[in-house]
Design a protein around this ligand. Sequence first.
Ligand code: IFM
Length: 471
Amino acid sequence: MTHDIAASPHAAPTAPSATLEGDAFTPSPDSALWRRDFLLGAATASYQIEGAVAEDGRLPSIWDTFSATPGKVLAGDTGAVACDHYHRWEGDLDLLEALNFEAYRFSIAWPRVMDASGRPNAKGIGFYRRLLERLKEKGIQTFATLYHWDLPQHLQDRGGWLNRDTAYRFADYADLMSREFSGLVDAWMTLNEPWCSAYLGYGNGHHAPGLAQARYATQAMHHLLLGHGLAVAALRANDPHSAKGIVANVGRGTPDSDSPADRTAARRFEVQHNAWILDPLFKGEYPAELFELWPGTEPLVLDGDMQTIAAPLDFLGINYYFRTHVKSDGAHGFVEVPLAGVERTQMGWEVYPDGLRDLLVGFRRTYENLPPVYITENGMASDDRVRDGQVDDAQRISFLKRHLAAVDAAIKAGVDVRGYFVWSLLDNFEWAFGYERRFGVVHVDYGTQMRTPKRSAELIARFIAERGARV
Ligand code: IFM
């Protein structure tokens, strides 16, 4: 799904179907988005923005290795420099503040803060301490993700997430981070999008480390989720006042026809994308249908693992981008049916805001212990250019408005959504797609590292200011 080069053809984006109501980014008067306690933030991730991959004791990660392998990333791009945020972080936080964002979701690079023996790297830790302290000074809420895919390469050399030991090393890392940064982090997220780590990394090989077997994907997922559960215990012990959660990328699957076979295919798509992660977290078991899709891939699960994984959470982060229209493959699975004539983004992904509302409402029904939700990522890529010092990203403005309206509809239907983070603050390294796809609300010129807020960023900033002024 999300980062699958093969499944995401370089389709030309189509024009937005909805017209913009004027220039303002203003939700309807009865929208929950006017509530001052509905948090509006921006998100980034370490490997996608930091650069400085060999500085201050940072060790290589699986993405350094993967992106240096010919043919793995478009145009041979790597995260070696990215947005040079490691050196420009102060300016980037000033920008975040100038745009009125109330919260910042970023990730810590595991290979920056621990050496290969698990000892702290003071220089790497110092970087994130300064970042967190500056955010606190600015009154911006801090949402820190521990794992946004940059596994230390030395752990991959010992099997990565196929090795159960990696889950325990992840808990050690969470323990160190929460002892170092206790009191500075408002919300911890253990993993970002374990579906991508497990499936794209170990199931089809489109992401680092590039392995491709379904049974690897299910075992890697189990160890990722086990690591999550162990990490939550460490975070709770060391930093009791922060919120603890995990971030799942969720997919909406819709059936190509009303036939029972196509409806089953759509359900199975959602089992493979959503229930694979959410059932263990909120029901303490893997969905049986997953192993009908991928027979013989049950992971090795030891006594007590599922209880560890299902430890209560303070919130669930949801990342949503698009829907997938599917039909039966004639057996146990599904195949994608590309729809013609629908609005798409630069990624070739269909713009489908209703999917976000439908998924949120569905999760509320399915999981009686669903915690409060944050939309931890939502946004779109477009081929944005600076013209006369400005970037007019009309499709993104329309996209964001429509998805925020979907969030509001979910809240009105009873889902406890506490906030929304746009992906992303900056244009950045879009994994297997390199720098070509631009997701930022701030344009980055990779030649000069100049930042130019796009019109979407200006309108969000204006809305947040207007909302503040009303109370
Ligand atoms: O850029 C990614 C991010 O790292 C994880 N979620 C999806 C985004 C867009 O593909």
